[in-house]
Design a protein around this ligand. Sequence first.
Ligand code: AMP
Ligand code: TRP
Length: 325
Amino acid sequence: MKRVFSGVKPSGNLTLGNYLGAMRHFVAMQADYECFYSVVDLHALTVPQDPEALRQQAISLAALYLAMGIDPERSTLFMQSQVPAHAELSWLLQCTSYMGELSRMTQYKEKAEGQESVTVGLFTYPALMAADILLYQTDIVPVGEDQKQHVELTRDIAVRFNNRFGETFRVPEPVIPRVGARIMSLSEPTKKMSKSSDSFGDIRLLDEPSVIKKKINRAVTDSEAVVRYDPVAKPGLSNLLVIHALCSGESVAALEERYAGQGYGAVKKGTIEAVVSVLEPIQVRYRELMATDEILDILTAGAIKAQEAAAPTLRQAKQAMGLNV
Ligand code: AMP
Ligand code: TRP
């Protein structure tokens, strides 16, 4: 069976963008692949975190994975920091990556821009991400559009390592959804929806239905008042159509037809209903899981399974580079 690996950072409130662009697909892929999903807490350390808050956010993210339908009997769900092989392989890969290629990463450039100081970790982060993926001989990496460049760098790192030290890593493929790879902010629809955008721009996975309603009703649209998918001329409305389509399981074209001749109010109302119908059941299961200790046991078992799966590749990489194993 082919292998899938992906990860999400526990850096605060997850958004509908994380779900529609990535996590929804993690759930679906369990049927056809052997899946490894991680709470990548080491990645969260690249920017300042409050230690107690980080600990809580990591548990909360694990609960969200489970609430969405990640089944720990079928998939390996684990916390990155509990599997030391990630940090260890990351060092080996940092020593085979170049300043030039890491400097070209757009996420680094965006995050570093205008900051007085940035950590070394923010710069070397893609080498840690490459380690996450390569440790499991991964075939497929489901991610949103913004992570494609990092997966492509991972491929370059793997090919170069294999050429220089002998066949060690499988070269993974990114899988980016055809629709929803880049969910946009509701308040600034030319920017991606992210955890840090202003409070009306993002829908958080744990937002109450009343909050979801308020945010979607305030979403920026345009003054043309014609329901048509056109992300360039009508980015706000087009984003709502994509969100609606993915949450209600319809196509954007079907929605254009249904809402033809109606105002944007009708589109917003339909979008609210579709989003609430997806998020509400996840929120109910999330609250149930957070009230038990089950999550900690699942993560402990997941870390053991992940460490076992990662060990042979780490050993082979160390040996190939000339370390005494
Ligand atoms: P992060 O929260 O940065 O760890 O991202 C976790 C996953 O969610 C990655 O695969 C991202 O590409 C994806 N993602 C984050 N924001 C969005 C968005 N606005 N639209 C689509 N995918 C997203
Ligand atoms: N860097 C990814 C993000 O910010 C998270 C991540 C870390 C990841 N390691 C990964 C995603 C490995 C896919 C595979 O979204």
